[in-house]
Design a protein around this ligand. Structure first.
Ligand code: SF4
Ligand code: SF4
Length: 385
């Protein structure tokens, strides 16, 4: 980010940081960001800096997530939690339209798409990549989703570069992080040491620069030391990442291994709980339901998140197409990492690691791809469950 104009960058001290909240408020944004709730860091409305997860970090491994005190007062010293920004653009449950009886006919009114302008504070590099994926899904085709499109136009993306790698992250190998390379309006890097606790803010768009202007000279221009420390912070995060998934050749690999015995082994562990799809920033499966009133004068059409792990998701003519857990898990992985490329020209995975952390039995897609890359053993040699 060091190529940015000095006027579009500021360094705020910890004491000055609340002024960013004031500048966002003055610019007409409600702030959504990380906060501690129910033992996890989730994304919700923030009233002040005090709502941030001050001094907390998340320890993650396959099937495990715990918050721990960091031993300092970092505001963004964690990685990613069970929530994604997706829910602010593609809500988990949303009314699409209402039809009202009008004599012998009926009138259909689409759901209004107005809403608040949201500043999404704390978007990680991988999450910006996830936003690019959902943009493609909801607005990249000949028909775009009106609700998503309207909400997307109202957000300000404030990225936070990671200062550490999460236990299940693999963004480096996917080319999606931890450095923010684009897709944000403002990029924030928290600088903890050496030197005083401070924040480097770099605007990448006019909307981001407008917010910096609202700071009215608070803070100072960044020094070469600030910029160097920011780069070192992100490099440290990249260097500490111990999971990887080489995406090269994965679509072909998945096409060629549909009968690999590993699918049966992983399917025997999979509970079809849907957690992996619910926490994924790019999964977009949904279902629709009609909700009539008791008098028969009005009916509402609602959309809610669904999952390809649900038995009823592929129900056709009264029976599901993918009856076994094996076929559902294989469908999820081959879509996410393989046929997504055919459909959208990109991977459906951005390497955030959420599906690994929140899988109750610790199924890890990086491990599954590594096993599929090894030749299948001759029949009868594989340890089937
Ligand atoms: S598949 Fe898993 S690692 Fe990839 S984007 Fe979804 S939750 Fe993150
Ligand atoms: S989270 Fe794990 S157990 Fe649950 S559906 Fe996904 S892979 Fe299966």
């Amino acid at each position: 980010m060091s190529e940015l104009e000095p006027a579009s960058s500021r360094v705020l001290s910890r004491e000055e940081f609340p002024q960013l909240f004031e500048a966002l408020g003055e610019s007409g944004y409600e702030i959504v960001g990380p906060t501690v709730r129910d033992g996890a860091i989730v994304y919700d409305r923030l009233r002040s800096v005090d709502d941030l997860p001050i001094g907390w970090t998340d320890r993650q491994e396959a099937g495990r997530y715990r918050l721990e005190p960091r031993g300092d007062r970092a505001l963004f010293g964690y990685n990613v939690g069970p929530f994604t920004w997706k829910k602010f653009l593609f809500p988990a449950r949303e009314r699409l339209w209402t039809a009202t009886r009008d004599g012998v006919s009926f009138r259909v009114e689409p759901e209004p798409t107005e809403g608040p302008r949201l500043a999404l504070l704390g978007m990680r590099a991988c999450e910006l990549a996830g936003l690019a994926v959902t943009d493609k899904v909801f607005t990249g085709g000949p028909v775009s989703d009106p609700g998503y499109r309207a909400r997307r136009a109202r957000i300000l993306r404030i990225a936070v570069q990671c200062g550490q790698a999460g236990g299940t992250c693999f963004c480096v190998s996917m080319g999606t992080g931890p450095a923010v390379r684009g897709g944000a309006d403002l990029v924030l890097t928290e600088l903890l040491a050496p030197g005083p606790h401070r924040f480097l803010l770099q605007a990448s768009t006019e909307a981001g620069a407008d917010v910096l202007r609202c700071l009215r000279g608070a803070g100072r221009a960044p020094s070469p030391d600030d910029l160097g420390q920011a780069e070192a912070t992100v490099a440290r995060a990249a260097g500490s990442m111990h999971r990887s998934l080489d995406p090269g050749g994965v679509p072909e690999l998945l096409r060629e291994t549909l009968e690999h015995p590993r699918w049966e082994i992983v399917a025997a562990r999979c509970l079809s709980c849907t957690n992996c799809t619910m926490v994924c920033p790019t999964c977009f499966c949904s279902t629709h339901e009609e909700v009539p009133d008791l008098e028969g004068t009005k009916v509402e059409r609602w959309r809610r998140w669904d999952s390809c792990f649900n038995l009823g998701f592929t129900e056709l003519h009264g029976a599901p197409v993918r009856k076994s857990g094996l076929s559902r898990y294989r469908q999820w992985l081959t879509h996410k990492l393989g046929t997504w490329h055919d459909q959208f020209g990109m991977s459906g995975c951005i390497g955030c690691g959420r599906c690994i952390t929140w899988c109750p039995v610790g199924i890890d897609l990086t491990e599954e791809i590594a096993v599929l890359r090894t030749p299948a053993p001759p029949a009868g040699k594989e340890g089937k469950p």
